[in-house]
Design a protein around this ligand. Structure first.
Ligand code: ZN
Ligand code: ZN
Length: 298
């Protein structure tokens, strides 16, 4: 989503940097060769797309591990509504919670609504919350490093120089935030408005990925791709690519089979048939010999 990556490494545009990026991508594709048929490699970005606007290097599994020592992994996500959150959108939040559990192998649940102070609004656009300010203001109630907070609002969000953001997250702050303001009409079911639920699932799992230390993905079409527009976000798949799944699965190069099975059943139940089919293809492409379940998340 339109958010700052938790880990940002600026690449210069010199030829040496381009060669380095190419060799990293080649290494990632080689790792998944012969079993990545269920995934689409990213093409050269076009004007207006996220990677055209932001020259990000991505993050390999090794780089993720180096940046995120496994000493204090997040195990629980608390979903906290703030600002306006209409009752009609409650089923969306319940679905987000269930999806995060299946997607990342975490515990997730709704926490009490947060009474956000007016100081968290943007000075230049007071109708928007300042997403970075919101992240700083989230209290980590338990004091436990295993708990992270994901704020949810139906108000619009902004950040920095960007006119709006769908979400923002900070791994160091163990906090993320997302907005459904631009996603459709809360309260309409999947039959009337199938877009809102899918968009909410996409942005919440993406921002949670940043909370867990994943940077934007530049290798495959993937849940961790940055998105500059709703059109670009809608074109992204919900599932993780094999490289990002390997970060989320401790020791395996794909998500553990039980989590994929749970995700497929969830997508089918909430009416996201294309997503259920995508996860089925991933399950079929899953190589033999990969352990059925990693020791633990994230
Ligand atoms: Zn992002
Ligand atoms: Zn990825």
């Amino acid at each position: 989503m339109r958010a700052l990556a938790a880990v940002a490494i600026a690449l210069s545009s010199c030829a040496e940097a381009v060669r380095t990026a190419d060799s990293r991508a080649a290494e990632v594709y080689r790792r998944h060769e012969g079993r990545d048929g269920a995934f689409r490699r990213l093409a050269t970005p076009r004007p207006g797309e996220w990677l055209y606007e932001f020259d990000e290097p991505g993050q390999t599994l090794e780089e993720y591990r180096a940046a995120n020592p496994a000493s204090a992994p997040v195990r629980t996500i608390r979903l906290r509504p703030f600002g306006s959150w209409p009752r009609a959108a409650d089923p969306v939040l319940a679905a987000v919670s269930e999806h995060l559990e299946a997607f990342w192998g975490l515990r997730a649940g709704r926490a009490a609504a947060l009474d956000a102070p007016p100081a968290w609004r943007r000075k230049s656009r007071p109708e928007q919350w300042d997403a970075a300010r919101v992240l700083k203001g989230f209290p980590i109630e338990s004091g436990s490093s295993e708990v992270a907070v994901l704020g949810a609002t139906a108000d619009d969000l902004g950040a920095g120089d960007l006119s709006f953001v769908f979400g923002l997250a900070s791994a160091a702050g163990r906090a993320g935030v997302f907005s459904i303001a631009r996603f459709g009409t809360p309260g309409l079911g999947p039959a009337e408005d199938p877009r809102l639920l899918r968009r909410a699932l996409a942005v919440s799992s993406h921002e949670t990925g940043h909370v867990l230390g994943l940077a934007h993905c530049v290798f495959y079409a993937c849940a961790m791709n940055g998105s500059n527009t709703l059109e670009e976000a809608d074109a992204r798949p919900l599932p993780l690519c094999p490289e990002c799944a390997s970060k989320a699965a401790a020791s395996a190069l794909f998500l553990p089979a039980a989590r994929l099975e749970r995700l497929q059943a969830f997508y089918a139940r909430v009416g996201l048939a294309a997503e259920a089919a995508a996860v089925r293809r991933i399950r079929e492409a899953r190589p033999a010999g990969i352990p059925k379940a990693g020791p633990s998340g994230p």
